[in-house]
Write a protein that binds this ligand. Structure first.
Ligand SMILES: *Cc1c(COP(=O)(O)O)cnc(C)c1O
Length: 419
């Protein structure tokens, strides 16, 4: 059986909004609590991205420029973890889709290129954004570098200190980057005065980026996860994986991804959920850190995406916008909220969510490393841990399930996780 495949890059993104068997609650204006209009959202985002946020067409064409750029590293490998199967004496099959082969080492570039492209088309002068562990910041910085758009990044302080190499990478790609809370926004200064030792959070960094955006000067904002259009851009992961498995005459019993804001999870699972909506049986599991458990311990209600309360109110599982997650290695999973689509899917019972302790994630990643040779990102390690649980459960039940998980990135800039 072939270990790898050479499918082509998809020409369209899959828009799950066309197929959802329930209605999504609309984003609300944070002050009036009325549904936000496209015009209001266009103050922050390029018009085409706002249109995609509400679009209900099943397939959205990927612009040719973006398709060409995807060819730099896509399609990403779909690999069968044969050695892991042997090590575990597992009778079923384990596959992983490896997004770490992207130039920035994670899936984030899939949406960064699309977002920068539509902003360049719309005449945007500059993009402001936040980043946790730095994966999103480096992806947007590279996309800006490739397509000629200046990028300004607010990087969660604790990650900037823990992962200085990612901060350097963002700079190497020509972007401006500073630790958040920073002294260059009113909101950042306010937090620094109130709590000088604040480690920062994605919510705070988003507020800072939005403050810069609202100041004008042709600046727009880019978000690396959570929003519908972001998850849609990531569906190239699942579309490729589904095709590659179909080429092997396979369809997974279980699909697993880690969950921070929901983008790699939505990216790999939505094309499989499309089949589930049509009656195909497949279990879909989100793995989140036990210390930032929005899906499993959050409340399903309207909340803002940032700490200052600048963003529209989103109906989602949330730990509260003031929640400052404990410092953990998987910086990309330290977010108080979750994608509204993923939240609704969970609420309506289409998907499951599990929490994983950091230690279990690390042990799972080590086992994976020792058989497959790849150093997983700490975020991805949560998905591996969940996959191992599924394998053990299947073994106990005497089942031989086909398991697919998303290895969302490599951990070569996160080695302190393994110390
Ligand atoms: C950012 C990141 C995540 C978490 O973000 P999602 O939007 O939930 O995918 C997971 N894995 C890696 C490697 C990341 O960079």
């Amino acid at each position: 059986m072939p270990q790898c495949n050479g499918t082509t890059v998809p020409k369209y993104w899959y828009n799950i909004q066309a197929d959802l068997p329930f209605t999504l609650d609309p984003p609300l204006h944070p002050v009036t609590r009325q549904p936000v209009t496209a015009e209001e959202m266009e103050a922050l985002f390029a018009p085409e991205l706002v249109a995609q946020e509400f679009n209900r067409d099943r397939e959205i064409d990927i612009p040719e420029v973006v398709q060409d750029l995807y060819q730099l590293w896509r399609p990403t490998p779909l690999r069968r973890a044969k050695r892991l199967e042997q090590k575990l004496d597992y009778g079923g099959e384990i596959y992983y889709k490896y997004e770490g082969t992207s130039p920035v080492g994670s899936h984030k570039l899939n949406t960064a290129l699309a977002q920068v492209y539509y902003n360049v088309q719309a005449g945007t002068q500059r993009l402001a954004t936040e980043t946790g562990a730095g994966q999103w910041g480096s992806a947007l910085a590279l996309a800006g570098y490739l397509l000629g758009l200046p990028i300004e990044v607010f990087m969660v302080r604790v990650s900037a200190e823990q992962k200085p190499e990612r901060l350097r990478l963002i700079r190497a790609f020509g972007a401006k980057v500073q630790a958040s809370p920073s002294a260059s926004t009113a909101f950042g200064r306010q937090i620094r005065e109130a709590s000088p030792d604040c480690p920062g959070s994605l919510g705070i960094a988003i507020s800072e980026a939005l403050e810069v955006t609202r100041a004008g000067n042709g600046t727009k904002y880019a978000l690396g996860s959570v929003l519908n259009h972001v998850l849609m851009h990531q569906t190239v992961i699942g579309l490729e994986a589904k095709q590659a498995l179909a080429d092997l005459d396979r369809f997974p019993d279980v699909v697993i991804a880690c969950h921070g804001g929901g983008s790699n999870f939505g990216g790999i699972t939505f094309p499989f959920l499309a089949e589930k909506f049509r009656g195909q049986s497949v279990r879909v599991i989100a793995a989140e850190p036990a210390s930032c458990p929005s899906l499993t311990a959050g409340r399903y209600e309207y909340d803002t995406g940032d700490t200052a309360g600048f963003t529209p109110l989103l109906k989602m599982y949330t730990l509260g916008r003031d929640f400052i997650p404990p410092v953990l290695h998987a910086g990309g999973l330290r977010y108080h909220g979750a994608s509204p689509i993923v939240s609704a899917l969970l609420h309506h019972g289409w998907i499951e969510a599990q929490t994983v302790e950091e230690d279990e994630a690390r042990q799972a990643a080590r086992l994976f490393m020792a058989s497959e040779g790849i150093v997983p990102a700490p975020e991805s390690a949560h998905a591996i841990a969940c996959a191992l649980r599924e394998i053990y459960t299947a073994q106990l039940a005497g089942k031989q399930e086909t398991i697919l998980f998303c290895l969302s990135g490599h951990g070569l800039l996160d080695l302190s996780f393994y110390d």
